[in-house]
Design a protein around this ligand. Structure first.
Ligand code: PBE
Length: 266
C-alpha cells in the first residue's frame, strides 16, 4: 500500500452513510484490518449526503472514496469501480432477503404469499432507483414500474386472494435501494387491496420492529454478510422468506479516474 497522494487528497477519509448500516460496520473492520488504513477515518453521513459528495467530487474530477453498494443508481450515472478487497472484509456476493413477522402467514396469507414470491433482478431495482434519483416521487416511480412490469407482478401475486383494506406495515431504511424495493412491494400489496404503511427506521430498529411484530415485514436484509450482526440478534424471531434479489454487493467505491485498484493501494 501507501499511495500518499490519494490519502492526502481525501484527507484520509472515507465518506460513509448512516451509522447502523452494515457497510459502516464492515468499513470499521476494514480500518482495523488493513494496516495502510490505520490513520484513516470513516465519516458518518447519510446515503443522500454521500451521493451528493460523490457528485461534487466527480464533477471536479477530485479523488473521493465512498462506501458503495450494488444495485445503486450511481453506477449508471458515474464511471465507478470497487476497490479490490484482498482480505475479504466486505464478503462475497450478497443477496437481499425478505423477512416477515411470526404469525403473518396465518393472519395475512395474501400478503405473505406476495412477500414470499417477490423476486426481481438488480436491473429491475436499478431502473426504479434511477427514476427516483432523477426526481420522481418514490411512490410514483414504483407505481409506474408495477404498471410496466405486469408479467413479473402477476408472478408475485399468483395465488394471493384480494383483500378488503386490511392493514400491512413494511419497515425499511432510507437507503436508495430499499426505498425502491419497499415502494414497489407496497404498490403490489395495494393492488390486491391492502392499506399499506411504509415505516422508515434505522437498520437495527427495522429488524427489531419485524422481530417484535410492530411491522409485518421487510424486504431489506442484506445477507449473509452485511446484516449478519442483526440476524444474529433477531434471526430466531423472524420468518425468513428467502432472497428477493441476487447479485448484490458492498465495498469501497471510487471513480475510475482514482489511481487505486485495491484497498491496499490507499
Ligand atoms: N446498504 C444498502 C445497506 C444495505 C442496503 C448497503 C447501504 C447496509 O450497508 O446496511
Amino acid at each position: 500500500g501507501g499511495n500518499e497522494g490519494i490519502g492526502e487528497q481525501v484527507d484520509y477519509k472515507i465518506i460513509g452513510i448512516e451509522p447502523g448500516a452494515g457497510i459502516m460496520q464492515a468499513t470499521e473492520t476494514a480500518l482495523e484490518e488493513y494496516e495502510n488504513l490505520a490513520d484513516w477515518s470513516l465519516v458518518e453521513s447519510s446515503s443522500a449526503a454521500m451521493a451528493s459528495e460523490l457528485q461534487k467530487a466527480y464533477d471536479k474530477k477530485e479523488p473521493i472514496i465512498v462506501t458503495g453498494w450494488t444495485p445503486h443508481w450511481k453506477f449508471a450515472k458515474f464511471d465507478l469501480k470497487y476497490l479490490e478487497d484482498p482480505k475479504g472484509v466486505y464478503g462475497e456476493a450478497e443477496v437481499i432477503q425478505t423477512l416477515v413477522r411470526e404469525g403473518l402467514q396465518e393472519e395475512q396469507p395474501s400478503a405473505y404469499t406476495v412477500l414470499d414470491q417477490f423476486f426481481w433482478t438488480p436491473d429491475d431495482m436499478a431502473n426504479v432507483m434511477v427514476e427516483i434519483q432523477e426526481g420522481a416521487d418514490p411512490a410514483e416511480a414504483a407505481a409506474a414500474w408495477v404498471e410496466e412490469n405486469s408479467d413479473k407482478v402477476a408472478e408475485w401475486t399468483n395465488g394471493a386472494e384480494e383483500v378488503d383494506g386490511e392493514k400491512i406495515k413494511l419497515a425499511y431504511v432510507a437507503w436508495d435501494s430499499e426505498i425502491a424495493s419497499t415502494n414497489v412491494v407496497g404498490k403490489v400489496l395495494e393492488s390486491i387491496g391492502y392499506d399499506v404503511d411504509l415505516l422508515q427506521l434505522d437498520a437495527g430498529p427495522m429488524f427489531a420492529a419485524v422481530a417484535e411484530g410492530d411491522a409485518d415485514g421487510m424486504v431489506a436484509a442484506w445477507l449473509p454478510g452485511t446484516h449478519a450482526s442483526y440476524m444474529e440478534e433477531y434471526g430466531d424471531k423472524l420468518v425468513d422468506l428467502g432472497p428477493n434479489l441476487e447479485g448484490a454487493a458492498i465495498g469501497l467505491v471510487v471513480p475510475t479516474y482514482v489511481e487505486a485498484d485495491s484497498i491496499e493501494d490507499l
